[in-house]
Write a protein that binds this ligand. Sequence first.
Ligand code: UTP
Length: 299
Amino acid sequence: MSKRIRKAVFPVAGLGTRFLPATKTVPKEMLPIIDRPLIQYAVDEAIEAGCDTLVFVTNRYKHAVADYFDKAYELEDKLERAGKFEQLEMVRNPLPKGVRAVFVTQTEALGLGHAVLCAKPVIGDEPFAVILPDDLIWNRGAGALTQMADAAETSGASVIAVQDVAREHTGSYGIVATEDFAERQGRIRAIVEKPKPADAPSTLAVVGRYVLSPRIFALLETTTPGSGGEIQLTDAIARLLAEEAVNAYRFQGTRFDCGTHIGLIGATIRYALDHEKLSAAAQGLMSEALREMGVTELE
Ligand code: UTP
């Protein structure tokens, strides 16, 4: 499989129930961290990794995602007339030259595995990336997907992002058992979806970045609904292991699960503290809030 990935799939057809009532009208992927929606961070990461074809798997309620990457004639006109050229540049070119966006519909939310399968006609027979935009990975160096794409190109294997989690949290993740790690990678021997802490083969959890061999599509086509009655990507990956090498990759960076309240708060704090213009003010706000709430000592 040692080809560089060019295509990335963004499954954004989930219901986002954990962020109701906001997600009644605003898709989870459009929730902002500072001034950019989660989907923008995910797209930037894919483009940095070398992808030129971005495949969004959406549903009929998520027009906002497609609109975001479309032209906004009226807004552009107003900004131009007002001489707001910096803002105009931001909205005028949502994607760099040479990068195209393709929208595919998942008519029913049958699970992440099913959402990825919906992208098959656009991906064809080449390795590709999957990015879950609600897993936001902050890093000062190369993005997580760039790290993984480099690793996949070198090894020729599929690559799945993992991070260590507390044993009591294994029930929220796909968990992998691996051979010994060399550098950041280890070959996966087994993968289980959301095991109870006592049954988990390790505490290495899968997070929302994958570089996958196209063989996954044939396996997804014959994968039956699993955990939660959904067609799980994890179940198809478990079958891929029997046929091809799949490596777990401990990426460099901090991951925020922005599909949860605390993850979104954590990401906002981190990006604010790292922000060129906002950092000092954000620190001040945080100290003030802690003082006013009577928190004098931090753990
Ligand atoms: P989640 O498990 O976070 O589900 O999906 P969700 O529906 O988005 O959110 P909650 O749990 O109801 O709050 C993981 C990823 O898979 C996509 C989601 O959009 C998200 O990026 N997904 C999930 C689909 O595209 N289709 C599906 O049928 C299910």
